[in-house]
Design a protein around this ligand. Structure first.
Ligand code: C2O
Length: 536
């Protein structure tokens, strides 16, 4: 094991997409940002220096951060932001994880341009549990706005309406041929006939779950969220913001140029969605310009394709990668996730109301001191520990919902005993309209033991849980008008954020945090904060 040092300079940079230029916030001037490489067991030191006018923090999405919550990154949850002109060294060790993850800014909407891949190679001499690829390629999917994303969300918050959707999707930073600005081209992936390639797919989009496919080629899924899965073949990958997926592609043609497409899964209920991003897979001997073998992306709301993909995911339950699914449950939690409206006399929107989002009818209010500091130093008045274990009212969650089901505001956390086992059912609600919610839990991987459409029925549905080889991940799509059940062991002391990874829903309040107590042994408690931890 070694120490890997990285310098992340947060700087403005002019970027041109869709025939127009604008300054964007970047790491080291790159969009997408640099790929961070490490090996399982390594210690990573990333020195982040803030040269822009915004407050900044960086999150290492999916890294367990065992006892090192100070390096997790969500602003006002585990740290105060790095202010303009300041710096902070994120210091963490990668234990028991290998695969693809991502890093991204975790404050306001800066994630739109401040993100990149995080590649963890297996320990030296440890092979992949699948054929070794000839080459590995990082493929980062994202969104592009012509206007400034901070302005987009600030306007929406003022009006009470939903923010504009992005103007394009991107593959490794480029919209591709759809943009009509052909001089900019798109991402190209050169391959040699007969060879196997591993694509490390990352969805860094702010607000969009995506389908990914390559004309004429099957994709073999081998890993999601840096956990190995039982390999399966598919035409189409479904990937939500915050999720990562490794696929093998065999270059089984002899020649040609094939379309690579990333397209939205759901139709936005509030606006017209933007277009498919394209790239080109081309065999050696062909020029990397416009693809000639095309493919049609799945239509919007293609839930059958999405479900088939999701239901194919199983953890690789071999001895070596044994899934440690909790078989018993200490905390049995039921959380509704969804959108609603609350009165807002000053809002321009529909009858003076504002779109809000909540978990168990609590709209989370960001504190002004980081929760982890408040917890560690016993600062009172920052949060309360009365986050409800179940919703305040029982209703037909997937129906139209009772009138005036308003949310309460609060900075509430749910307290978990160290090393306890947790079952959490996340139930979508349809108070405005049902929507998919890719929910991300910091500090843990969890097992996706159950999933269904409609209202969760504890008696019947729990009997069908998969406690043998459920997929293990850190971000899970709660289906529109449905539910998922996850299980995990609370073996990581600290304060851990959980939120919808559609940034617009997070902004509206679809977020909460778990507080996990210290254990009894010396290796079971949170380490003290580093000296350079930013101050609020
Ligand atoms: Cu990838 Cu809390 O986020």
């Amino acid at each position: 094991c070694r120490v890997r040092r990285y310098n992340f300079n947060v700087v403005m940079k002019n970027a041109t997409r869709l025939c127009s230029s604008k300054p964007i916030v970047t790491v080291n001037g790159q969009f997408p940002g640099p790929t961070l490489y490490a090996r399982e067991g390594d210690t990573v030191l990333v020195r982040v220096v803030n040269h822009v006018k915004y407050n900044v923090s960086i999150h290492w999405h999916g890294i367990r951060q065992l006892r090192t919550g100070w390096a997790d990154g969500p602003a006002y949850i585990t740290q105060c932001p790095i202010q303009p002109g300041q710096n902070y060294v994120y210091n963490f060790t990668i234990t028991g994880q290998r695969g693809t993850l991502l890093w991204h800014a975790h404050i306001l909407w800066l994630r739109s341009t401040v993100h990149g891949a995080l590649v963890i190679l297996p320990k030296h001499g440890v092979p992949y549990p699948f054929p070794a690829p000839h080459k590995e390629v990082v493929v980062v999917l994202a969104e592009w706005w012509k206007s400034d994303t901070e302005a987009v969300i600030n306007e929406a918050l003022k009006s009470g309406l939903a923010p504009n959707v992005s103007d394009a999707h991107t593959i490794n930073g480029h919209p591709g041929t759809v943009s009509g600005c052909s001089s900019q081209g798109g991402f190209t992936l050169p391959v040699q006939s007969g060879k196997i390639y591993m694509l490390r797919l990352v969805n860094a989009a702010l607000n969009e779950e995506l389908f990914f496919k390559i004309a004429g080629h099957k994709l073999t899924v081998v890993e999601v969220d840096a956990t190995y899965v039982k390999p399966f073949k598919t035409d189409t990958v479904l990937i939500a913001p915050g999720q990562t997926t490794n696929v093998l592609v065999t270059a089984d043609k002899s020649t040609g140029k094939y379309l690579v497409a990333a397209s939205p899964f759901m139709d936005s209920p509030i606006a017209v969605d933007n277009l498919t991003a394209t790239a080109t897979l081309h065999y050696s001997g062909t020029l990397a310009n416009t693809p000639t073998t095309l493919t049609t992306p799945p239509p919007k709301n293609a839930t059958a394709i999405a479900n088939q993909f999701t239901n194919s995911l199983r953890s690789l339950n071999s001895k070596k990668y044994q899934a440690k699914v909790p078989q018993t449950v200490d905390h049995n939690l039921f959380f509704t996730v969804g959108l609603g409206v609350n009165p807002c006399p000053s809002c321009k929107a529909a009858n003076g109301s504002r779109v809000v989002a909540s978990i168990n009818n609590v709209t989370f209010v960001m504190p002004t001191t980081a929760l982890l500091q408040a917890h560690f130093f016993n600062i009172s008045g920052v949060f309360t520990t009365d986050f409800p274990a179940k919703p305040p009212h029982i209703f037909n969650y997937t129906g139209s919902g009772p009138a005036n089901l308003q949310t309460r505001k609060g900075t509430k956390v749910y307290r978990l005993k160290y090393n306890s086992t947790v079952q959490l059912v996340l139930q979508d609600t349809g108070i405005i309209s049902p929507e998919n919610h890719p929910v991300h839990l910091h500090g843990f991987n969890f097992f996706a033991v159950g999933r269904g459409i409609g209202n969760y029925n504890p008696k019947q549905d729990s009997k069908k849980f998969n406690l043998i080889d459920p997929v293990e991940r850190n971000t899970i799509g709660v289906p529109s008008g449905g539910w998922v059940a996850i299980r995990f062991r609370a073996d990581n002391p600290g304060v851990w954020f959980m939120h919808c990874h559609l940034e617009v829903h997070t902004t509206w309040g679809l977020k909460m945090a778990f507080l996990v107590d210290n254990g009894k042994g010396p290796n079971e408690s949170l380490l003290p904060p580093p000296k350079d931890l930013p101050k609020c």
